[in-house]
Design a protein around this ligand. Structure first.
Ligand code: F0G
Length: 434
């Protein structure tokens, strides 16, 4: 039987407690399992066998790994057959970053177009087990889209708290379509996060942000699935965008559980990339201090990671220490160009995902990453989540107003501009260069 254990004071609580943080010290909680229950060998063979099974819980790229997940009867599981996302090699991106090879695992190929589905299947299943009838989250867009879909599948009411006018329309449209009640708050993500936590503590609404440890249990299966797809051979390094820092923490926990069970002998280096205007973890890591100072008024056009006060930072620090990882920070121009390069590999992603390639390029140039390393970078959201950003980049109109009121225009260094042509054969042939 798994337990909840505080990261900070080690206090333990039953897994069916309806709590999000430690009741004694307010620290973050982990779901912990008996280490010796299943050997690594046995886990690998059961998990490989299930890949060929037609059962819904085996087809899910999360529940296939259920020996290392919270207990749930099959009848209680709410799944959209999430996971099973592709790993692609990306030669143009590798070349751009100064690497000899590079792979992307595209978590944007999940049912609602982001990695959030992996955590939402376990989060909503736990809500179901606890008898919750309504759920809520604060979101920069993807969590709300995913929660709305899974809540709809479970027949639960869902409430999303989003920063007004600051989320990509693709994501907002999903939450509306899946029937969520959408509250646009006149504040930023950090305000929304603070308020939804307060409200979930005072009402029967179940909180589904990644402070909820059951969310992270689903997301940690990114490590399991990636290893399974690679025949259980670990890469040297995993590169992941950092916003609220749940995902980097979850992936590290997944690899650590494989290490404890002897499936791997060394953790891949977890490398977290943040946007320059929303980089509190990077600042903390650079200055080698013990606590995180939030970035007030965080800014980036990669709206998914526009977060100044990330909830899971203590777990992200643990991920870096466990794995000997790094944190890097990249600017708006670097993100925009990297996104276009990923597109040129025929892959595509949303802006927040492109920090990975921008960060790898920077770390390779600095000599921190060796060009021969075996790296898997995680693309977290689908290219169609934020088409405005992509179109603005390619037509040379991507920009923003800085905190000091100055208009900043980004260069479209890898633009693929479109041309207006009269609807005439001759004009078209001319435009095509014939
Ligand atoms: N990439 C995408 C596409 C995201 O949507 C997020 C987070 C991240 C990266 C960062 O992951 O927060 O675990 O460090 N989106 C959240 C949301 C905050 O509300 O959708 P993280």
């Amino acid at each position: 039987m798994p337990l909840l254990r505080c990261l900070n004071c080690q206090a333990e609580f039953p897994a069916n407690s309806r709590i999000y943080t430690c009741q004694s010290c307010a620290g973050l909680l982990d779901v912990v399992y008996e280490v010796n229950e299943f050997s690594g060998e046995r886990l690998m063979s059961v998990w490989d066998w299930r890949r060929a099974s037609p059962k819904a819980v085996d087809q899910s790229g999360v529940w296939r790994f259920r020996e290392l997940l919270p207990d749930a009867d099959e009848s209680e599981i709410i799944t959209l057959t999430e996971g099973n996302t592709q790993i692609w090699n990306a030669p143009r991106s590798a070349n751009y970053a100064g690497m000899n090879r590079l792979c992307f695992k595209h978590l944007g190929m999940n049912p609602t177009g982001s990695f959030k589905d992996l955590g939402m299947t376990t989060g909503i299943t736990q809500a179901n087990r606890l008898g919750a009838t309504s759920v809520a989250c604060a979101s920069t867009g993807n969590t709300s889209a995913s929660m709305a879909a899974y809540a709809a599948r479970a027949g639960m009411k869902s409430f999303v708290f989003i920063p007004s006018g600051q989320i990509a329309l693709g994501k907002l449209s999903q939450a509306l379509d899946y029937g969520s009640t959408v509250l646009q708050l006149e504040g930023d993500f950090d305000d929304a996060m603070r308020l939804v936590r307060e409200i979930a503590n005072e009402t029967p609404i179940y909180l589904l942000n990644s402070v909820n440890p059951f969310r992270l249990e689903g997301q940690k299966t990114i490590a399991f699935e990636l290893m399974q797809q690679r025949g259980w051979q670990a890469p040297d390094r995993i590169v992941v965008p950092g916003g609220n820092l749940g995902n980097s923490s979850a992936i590290a926990k997944g690899f650590h559980e494989l290490l404890e069970r002897g499936v791997i002998t060394k953790m891949p280096k977890i490398t977290i990339i943040q946007a320059e205007g929303a980089n509190p973890l990077y600042r903390m890591w650079q200055s080698q201090v013990e606590t995180l100072t939030p970035v007030a008024g965080a800014f980036t056009l990669a709206s998914a990671i526009k977060i100044g006060n990330p909830v899971s930072w203590p777990k992200a620090i643990r991920a870096l220490r466990w794995s000997g990882g790094e944190v890097e920070s990249v600017n708006e121009q670097e993100i925009a160009d990297a996104k276009a390069i990923i597109g040129s590999d025929g892959i595509g992603c949303e802006p927040a995902s492109a920090v990975t390639l921008a960060g790898i390029k920077k770390l390779t140039a600095a000599g921190t990453i060796n060009p021969d390393e075996d790296i898997v970078a995680l693309l977290t959201g689908h290219v169609l989540k934020d088409p405005d950003y992509t179109v603005n980049y390619h037509r040379g109109t991507l920009g923003y107003t800085s905190k000091s009121g100055e208009k900043v225009e980004l260069a479209s260094n890898h633009a693929n501009a479109f041309t207006q042509v009269p609807a005439e054969r001759e004009a078209i042939l001319k435009a095509l260069g014939f």
